[in-house]
Design a protein around this ligand. Structure first.
Ligand code: FES
Ligand SMILES: [Fe+2]
Length: 371
C-alpha cells in the first residue's frame, strides 16, 4: 500500500521533472520546417489553413510558384482568403486593398498607391515532391536549415500514398505516441499490433541529434502487410523503427523478411511512413502521413488498401490522443494525481526535453535556434 506521504514525494519529483519537458502548454517551436499542405491542394484559388496558430492563405502564381501570406488583411483584419485572386494579386473583399505575391500592398480601395510601405507577411515555402513545406519562424534561419524532406518520398524507386487527418490534441503528444512502440499490441490490437509485440525488447538509440526506437519481432505479419506481400499466414521477421527527425517529421520504417522462404525477394520489402506533423493550434494538429513502399510497385489497388488500413490504425492513435486531451483539459483532479513513466517512455521523454529546450531557446531575445 502506497502511503500518502510517498505519493506526495513522487508527485513533487514528477512536477520538477515535468517542468523540463514539453507538453500541451509549451509554446510551439517556430523555427522549424513543417508541412503546410499537399502540393495538389494549392492552385489558382485562395486556400487557407491555420498553421502554428497563424491563419495562412496560399495560392499559386500564374507561373506555378507557391505563395503563402498572412491571411489577415493589414487594414481591418478581414481574412484575405475570402477575397479574390486577380492574376497574382490578392484583392481583399472588404475594402478592396490589393496585395502582391510578396505581400506588399500595391493599391488602396480607390486604386491609388499606398503612401509608405504597407503589407502582410509572406512566409518562406519550399515545394518538394508531393509536399509544400513552410517556415514560419525567423526567415533568416530558414535557408540555413535543411529541409527534412525524406529522399524516398517521391523517389522513383518507391510508390507512395498520402493520407490526412486533423488530430484533436497537441503535437508533442503525437510525437510521443510515435516514439512509443509499447502501445501497438494494445491500442492497435485490431489493426497492426500482433501479440508478440509486447514481449519483444525495445532498442532505443538516443543520440544528441537523433532519437530512434526499434523492435524486432518474429511473427505472422498482420494482414495490412501480409496481404500485399502475398505472405498471409507465413512466419516473418518484422523490424519496426521510429525516428524523430524534426518537430515536423517522424519516420517509421518496417522491414520484412519471410522466414519460410530460402531466397528473399529483392529489394528487401520495406515500408517507410513520413509522419508529417504540423501544429494547427496549441491543441490541434494537422497530420499528413505518406506511406511509401518498395514492393507491389505500380499496383494502385494495393496502395489504396494499404493506405486505408494505415488510416484505420492511425485513427486509433488519434482516438487515444483525443481522449488524453479531453482528460487533461476537462477534469479537475485531486492534487495527488501525477503521470508516472515506464521504461518504454524513455525516448519520448528525451524528445519532450529537447522540444522544451528548443521552445525556450526561441524565447531568449537574440538567441533563436533552428531545428
Ligand atoms: S479589411 Fe481588407 S481592405 Fe479593409
Ligand atoms: Fe500507434
Amino acid at each position: 500500500m502506497v502511503t500518502f506521504a510517498e505519493l506526495e514525494r513522487v508527485r513533487r519529483r514528477s512536477d520538477v521533472a515535468r517542468k523540463s519537458l514539453a507538453g500541451p502548454e509549451t509554446p510551439l517551436i517556430m523555427n522549424a520546417w513543417y508541412v503546410a499542405a499537399m502540393g495538389e491542394a494549392v492552385g489558382r484559388s485562395l486556400f487557407s489553413r491555420t498553421l502554428l496558430g497563424r491563419s495562412v492563405v496560399m495560392y499559386r502564381t500564374a507561373s506555378g510558384e507557391v505563395v503563402a501570406l498572412q491571411n489577415r488583411c493589414g487594414h481591418r483584419s478581414f481574412p484575405l482568403s475570402h477575397g479574390t485572386l486577380d492574376g497574382d494579386t490578392v484583392v481583399c473583399r472588404y475594402h478592396g486593398l490589393r496585395y502582391g505575391a510578396n505581400g506588399d500592398c500595391l493599391a488602396l480601395s480607390d486604386g491609388s498607391e499606398p503612401r509608405g510601405k504597407m503589407g502582410v507577411h509572406r512566409f518562406v515555402t519550399a515545394e518538394r515532391g508531393p509536399l509544400i513545406w513552410i517556415w514560419m519562424g525567423d526567415p533568416k534561419l530558414a535557408s540555413a536549415t535543411p529541409l527534412p524532406h525524406p529522399e524516398w518520398l517521391g523517389h522513383p524507386d518507391w510508390d507512395f500514398s498520402i493520407g490526412y487527418a486533423e488530430a484533436k490534441g497537441n503535437y508533442v503528444h503525437l510525437h510521443e505516441n510515435l516514439l512509443d512502440l509499447s502501445h501497438l499490441t494494445y491500442l492497435h490490437a485490431k489493426s497492426f499490433g500482433t501479440p508478440e509485440y509486447a514481449r519483444a525488447p525495445v532498442e532505443m538509440d538516443i543520440k544528441p541529434d537523433d532519437i530512434q526506437v526499434w523492435r524486432n519481432v518474429q511473427c505472422v505479419l498482420p494482414e495490412l502487410y501480409a496481404k500485399p506481400l502475398g505472405w498471409v499466414g507465413k512466419r516473418a521477421m518484422r523490424r519496426s523503427g521510429s525516428q524523430l527527425v524534426s518537430p515536423g517529421l517522424h519516420v517509421n520504417t518496417g522491414i520484412f523478411e519471410n522466414l519460410e522462404l530460402d531466397k528473399q525477394p529483392e529489394p528487401q520489402p520495406m515500408v517507410k511512413v513520413a509522419q508529417l506533423i504540423t501544429p494547427e493550434t496549441q491543441h490541434t494538429t494537422h497530420y499528413h502521413y505518406a506511406l511509401c513502399r518498395n514492393f507491389a510497385r505500380g499496383d494502385e489497388a494495393i496502395g489504396k488498401q494499404m493506405l486505408a488500413g494505415m488510416s484505420n490504425a492511425f485513427s486509433e492513435d488519434l482516438y487515444a490522443l483525443e481522449q488524453q486531451t479531453l482528460m487533461q483539459t476537462a477534469s479537475v483532479e485531486a492534487d495527488d494525481f501525477y503521470e508516472f513513466d515506464i521504461p518504454t517512455d524513455r525516448a519520448g521523454l528525451e524528445m519532450r526535453r529537447r522540444f522544451k529546450q528548443w521552445a525556450d531557446a526561441e524565447r531568449v531575445p537574440g538567441a533563436a535556434k533552428e531545428n
